[in-house]
Design a protein around this ligand. Structure first.
Ligand code: ADP
Ligand code: MG
Length: 269
């Protein structure tokens, strides 16, 4: 199993944000994580990516315990979150942001750079080629030399998505990839994720938009009040009455910010 969360709990003072949460994400699949507001999704993603320590429990990534590692160490193992690499989108061009995504690998090889300058140049050329290829895939190639700060919100999300690919991640953690994106661009983002999945890329996605969840995910894990309410194939999980009830109890829909199955409000032009 690519990622295994084993009985993870997290308390904030007296508040129990997560209690004995276990879930898995398989290689080559898209695993969805959903749940009403306050159910613990963000806390879990922070713990998986090393920004928070669990109060108890274990997280295995490709068999290695990672719950005590720092975010950059986890990223280096190949478990990457989209926002982790972006440093200064306002003052860097789209292409510079892409190359920054690959930077981590090169920076560690100073000795190699000194001993094998040609090999390093070849790697830089490979990174450039790959960046162009990825920018073409998300139709941002014509913006390569513009400041990333000038992109629309949806284009920034696409850039963040292909930027993280520059690091060759084994598993990508996506926190609400289409939140606040206009419907036209939602389709683009969904298509890109589907294309990447066909190429073998694994994802763990938190998303409120149920149409997107149904379209993308192989398996789904539902959190409710810090517990795993259901886990399994998407259609099985969404067909369960207790899952439906949890959402009705939370306000009659999956999340206040998005309506069920499309029709969600969009905040970005
Ligand atoms: P979700 O992302 O599913 O909306 P969160 O993980 O953000 O849920 O929050 C789960 C619970 O933990 C909520 O009750 C929230 O108020 C609480 N919580 C999250 N982060 C903190 C924190 N840093 N300090 C105290 N309580 C927190
Ligand atoms: Mg959240």
């Amino acid at each position: 199993m690519l990622l295994e969360v084993n009985k993870v709990s997290r308390h904030f003072g007296g508040l129990v944000a997560l209690q004995d949460v276990s879930l898995t994400a398989a290689a080559g699949q898209i695993t969805g994580l959903i749940g009403p507001n306050g159910s613990g999704k963000t806390t879990l993603v922070h713990i998986i990516s090393g920004f928070l320590r669990p109060s108890a429990g274990q997280i295995l990534f490709e068999g290695q315990a990672i719950e005590q590692l720092k975010p950059h160490q986890i990223a280096r193992l190949g478990l990457c979150r989209t926002f982790q690499i972006t440093l200064n989108p306002q003052r860097m061009t789209v292409m510079e942001n892409m190359l920054l995504g690959a930077r981590q690998q090169l920076g560690e090889r100073l000795l190699m750079a000194a001993l094998h300058p040609q090999a390093v140049r070849r790697e830089e050329q490979r990174n450039l080629d790959r960046a162009w290829h990825l920018l073409e895939m998300v139709k941002l190639q014509h913006h390569a030399n513009e400041l990333a700060g000038g992109l629309s919100g949806g284009q920034k999300k696409l850039l963040a998505l292909v930027q993280v690919l520059m690091a060759d991640p084994r598993l990508i953690l996506l926190d609400e990839p289409v939140a606040g994106v206009n419907p036209r661009l939602i389709d683009d983002i969904v298509e890109v994720i589907k294309t990447l999945r066909k190429g073998g890329q694994s994802f763990l996605i938190i998303e409120h938009n149920m149409a997107v969840i149904r379209e993308l995910c192989d398996t789904l894990c539902v959190l409710d009040m810090g517990h795993v309410l259901a886990e399994g194939p998407v259609e099985d999980v969404l067909g369960r009455e207790d899952v439906l009830r949890a959402y009705i109890a939370a306000g009659g829909q999956l999340d206040p910010d998005t309506a069920v199955a499309g029709g969600g409000q969009s905040t970005e032009a």
